[in-house]
Design a binder for this molecule. Structure first.
Ligand SMILES: [Zn+2]
Length: 176
């Protein structure tokens, strides 16, 4: 019998894996290992329009426990998803979106954002669903669905207005 573990954040059940976890993301060792392998091209994914957003979707699906780093991580990755998926920021500017909110020197970076109690991701798509798709092209399509799915779950929470406010405060002042 295979011993399994449940990811505390995305709730995926995978064979237990004795390995490292991320410093502040909340993923189980097996979920984190699967994500890290996918990022390293195993299994391979055909190029797709949202490849650069995989990290943003995964980080916001795995918020972990409240800490300064976790709060900031969830915030900047949500702002990146919002900017690209809803505000027509070109995907090439994803890195700019992730760093822009942290450059405003008028306020200490740990005071800009607050902890957003995460929604349930029990019924969301998982990294394991991308990995399970049969071909590189199918996995590419699955990445798009995954990114949209994770954002849509956050978008439907009571935090949506907070995300928009943060965007207007920390992103918009520097015109794109
Ligand atoms: Zn997970």
């Amino acid at each position: 019998m295979t011993i399994t573990e449940t990811c505390p954040d995305c709730r995926v059940v995978l064979p237990r894996f004795d390995g490292p976890v991320h410093r502040y993301l909340g993923a189980s060792p097996s979920c984190w290992a699967m994500y890290a392998a996918l990022g390293a091209g195993e299994p391979p994914i055909a190029p797709g329009p949202y490849d650069a957003l995989l990290i943003d979707a995964y980080a916001t699906q795995h918020p972990g426990a409240p800490s300064n780093q976790a709060i900031q991580s969830v915030a900047v990755h949500l702002l990146t998803l919002y900017g690209i998926l809803e505000c027509d920021v070109p995907i090439e500017r994803a890195i700019w979106l992730r760093t822009r909110p942290l450059r405003d020197g008028s306020q200490h970076k740990h005071e800009r954002f607050t902890w957003l109690t995460p929604p349930s991701f029990a019924d969301s798509l998982k990294i394991a669903d991308i990995v399970a798709a049969p071909t590189p092209q199918a996995r590419a399509a699955s990445v798009i669905e995954y990114v949209r799915n994770i954002w849509s779950i956050w978008r439907a929470t009571e935090h949506a207005s907070t995300i928009v406010q943060w965007y207007e405060r920390y992103i918009v002042p520097e015109r794109i």
